[in-house]
Write a protein of this length. Structure first.
Length: 426
């Protein structure tokens, strides 16, 4: 039996003791053994749910054992419950303990969902991500739509007019790579001015099709990522900086590299070598990924960079750029409309067609983008709250007490290097 297997036997013997009494044993918990058992359970879950593990760069023998054991969902749940019982009240770093307990709660919730249980949208998001998005009715969005209607006059419905206006800011396919390369280089430069990343960090960029998302970061470990950009639909000029920051610098690639450097290598917390997609870590990841865009390009700096560098590379006319950025600011205020569509669709209060039409009417998506979005709802469900609610929560945490730009970057780096949970943002 290898070292990993021995560690699991040891921790299971302690877990078994928990069932005989009312709480965790008094002896000090061996967190290395706990981390091995935790990784084994998450990797076992990944055999039932291919979307469950977003990244893993830990010991390969644990993955091999999970593949050999082929635990049932019921057995994963039983052992996860025992592990949580063992950890409850254990004399462990509070942040580490809270992180593990939240991960185990999320794991057990996903097991319930994979066993066929359907949870109400808000309950699901609370159990998985530690937060529930606020409710907004149609009147809330209608007031914003009135402002957009005045900004984009013309023939046709408002969604049609907005889509037609935005189409003049599509990046031509043959210029996409040059625009993204320039945007990513600037995102990286600005991030490295503030955050020290591990030597040799980098990522590979690929352009793909037929995905339910617009961009994705696949972290590989050793400070390396694969970033994929979906080109199914037209890519607007602002998406280059959006995705360059969100997926790369100072977003997901930066976050994962810092977690590996500071928690896995620096502290030896092996559980962080696995990123469970459906956990509070995603609220931090998506929220910081979106907030990081504004942090890296504060005020008018983003507009100036895009107009002076990206517009020429894309061959676009900047004469209407002012109105375009006004529109983007208003569209951002419609972002929570997507949560409403997801909530009602997944709760069974809307059909897919009605959810897509809501996105067209209240988020001004094109029919094609609205259809793609409902595919995202099918796959990732309440995960949608992490982008907008996560950003708002990260923003509130970073900018509290009137923090200046230096303080914001310091707090941001701390957030990306710590075992913080959703509750820590409040």
């Amino acid at each position: 039996m290898n070292k990993t297997g021995i560690a699991r036997v040891l921790v299971l013997s302690v877990l078994a003791a928990c069932t005989a009494d009312t709480g965790a044993p008094e002896a000090t918990v061996d967190m290395d053994h706990v981390a091995h058992e935790y990784l084994f359970l998450e990797l076992s879950m990944a055999l039932h749910d291919e979307a469950h593990v977003d990244a893993y760069f830990g010991p390969e023998d644990i993955r091999s054992e999970a593949e050999s054991a082929k635990l049932s969902l019921a057995e994963i749940d039983r052992r996860a419950a025992l592990l949580a019982q063992l950890l409850a009240g254990a004399p462990v770093d509070p942040g580490r303990l809270a992180g593990l307990l939240q991960r185990l709660q999320a794991l057990r919730t996903r097991i319930r969902m994979n066993q066929g249980e359907t949870l109400p949208f808000d309950e699901e998001s609370m159990l998985l991500f530690g937060a529930a998005a606020p409710d907004h009715d149609a009147a809330h969005f209608a007031a914003i739509l009135t402002e957009i209607d005045a900004l984009v006059p013309g023939e046709g419905s408002l969604p049609e007019r907005v889509d037609r206006f935005r189409s003049s800011f599509d990046i031509p396919a043959e210029r996409l790579a040059a625009v993204f390369d320039a945007a990513i280089a600037e995102c990286r430069k600005r991030t490295l001015e503030r955050i020290e990343l591990p030597p040799g960090e980098s990522f590979t960029l690929e352009y793909v099709r037929d995905k339910p998302w617009s961009g994705y970061n696949w972290y590989k470990g050793n400070s390396q990522s694969l970033i994929q950009i979906n080109t199914d639909l037209p890519t607007y000029i602002n998406r280059a900086v959006d995705l360059g920051c969100h997926e790369g610098y100072p977003g997901h690639h930066t976050y994962n590299a810092l977690i590996e450097k500071n928690l896995v290598i620096g502290k030896g917390w092996l559980e962080y070598s696995l990123y469970p997609l459906f956990s509070a870590q995603s609220l931090i990841a998506e929220g910081s990924g979106n907030y990081g865009i504004d942090l890296a390009f504060p005020g008018v700096e983003r507009i100036e960079f895009e107009k002076s560098v990206l517009f020429p590379l894309a061959g676009l006319d900047p004469s209407e750029a002012g109105r375009y950025y006004e529109l983007l600011a208003l569209l951002a205020r419609l972002d929570y409309a997507g949560n409403e569509a997801a909530r009602d669709y997944l709760n069974g209060d809307m059909t897919r067609e009605q959810a897509a039409q809501w996105l067209v009417d209240y988020q001004l998506s094109s029919p094609e983008r609205a259809s793609q979005r409902t595919r995202f709802f099918d796959t990732y469900r309440s995960y949608v709250i992490n982008y907008n609610l996560g950003k708002d929560m990260v923003k509130q945490y970073i900018e509290r007490d009137g923090a200046n730009q230096d303080q914001r970057w310091e707090r941001f780096e701390h957030l990306l290097s710590s075992p913080m949970a959703t509750a820590d943002l409040q």
